[in-house]
Design a protein around this ligand. Structure first.
Ligand code: GRF
Length: 222
């Protein structure tokens, strides 16, 4: 798999750890970032994973710029013979063209219970809205932002004293469980799509392997 990340890369780290511990079989063949200073690239280097900074071309604008940028990314993904593309904090919207190149093979992790709080700063959106529960979602990427078929979800309670930061931190700990688990389910061939509904075929659970976090409600598949 290839991981696309713009920043910190803690979800990338969760995948690296899962891979090194034998929890998942997929290898991360390349990490691509649109920001040369992304911590994600540093993490890749540390684990001897090829890392590529691909910055959108400054000489182009708008759609042409995105198209060229995506072409450059695709070239790298193809070079490394990527099967699955994981968006882990990749702060760009991919065009339908790009997504079509990897049918049902582009995944995203989002720090809210979709379809609530799509887009950026989902945790602040949740705090501002006053919800009692938020959480995280892994899903297939389709033509719209934070919209494709949902694979896994977990609900994280919002505490009265929560700030966007404290809520983000608790959700992030669950993201680090859900993302590798999603990859594992795909490896096991247990993810079945029926329209926009995803069915998880019966099999093992990581609840018996891993510590489940207090108060978190894990949806089907974890
Ligand atoms: C995560 O909260 C993820 O859900 C969102 O962006 C953040 C990335 O964090 N899409 P990190 O770079 O993986 O630490």
């Amino acid at each position: 798999m290839a991981v696309l990340a713009s920043g910190r890369g803690s979800n990338l780290q969760a995948l690296i750890d899962a891979s090194e511990r034998g929890r998942i079989e997929s290898k991360i063949v390349v990490v691509v970032s649109d920001r040369p200073d992304a911590k994600a690239l540093e993490r890749a280097r540390k684990h001897k994973i090829p890392g590529e900074a691909i910055v959108p071309p400054a000489e182009l604008k708008g759609e042409a710029r995105r198209a060229r940028h995506e072409e450059q990314i695709s070239k790298v993904l193809d070079h490394f013979r990527t099967d699955v593309v994981v968006l882990a904090g990749f702060m760009r919207i991919l065009s339908p063209n790009f997504v079509r190149r990897y049918p049902q093979r582009v995944l995203n992790i989002h720090p809210a219970l979709l379809p609530a709080f799509r887009g950026v700063e989902a945790q602040s959106q949740a705090i501002d809205w006053g919800v009692r529960l938020s959480g995280c979602t892994t899903h297939f990427v389709d033509q719209e932002v934070d919209h494709g078929p949902i694979i896994l979800q977990a609900a994280v309670p919002v505490r009265p004293e929560d700030t966007a930061d404290s809520l983000s931190e608790r959700i992030l700990a669950v993201e680090h469980q859900l993302l590798p688990r999603t990859i594992r389910l795909m490896e096991q061939g247990r993810v079945e799509m029926e329209g926009r509904r995803v069915k998880i075929r019966p099999g093992d659970s990581w609840k018996s392997l891993d510590r489940v976090l207090p108060d978190v409600l894990y949806g089907d598949g974890y």
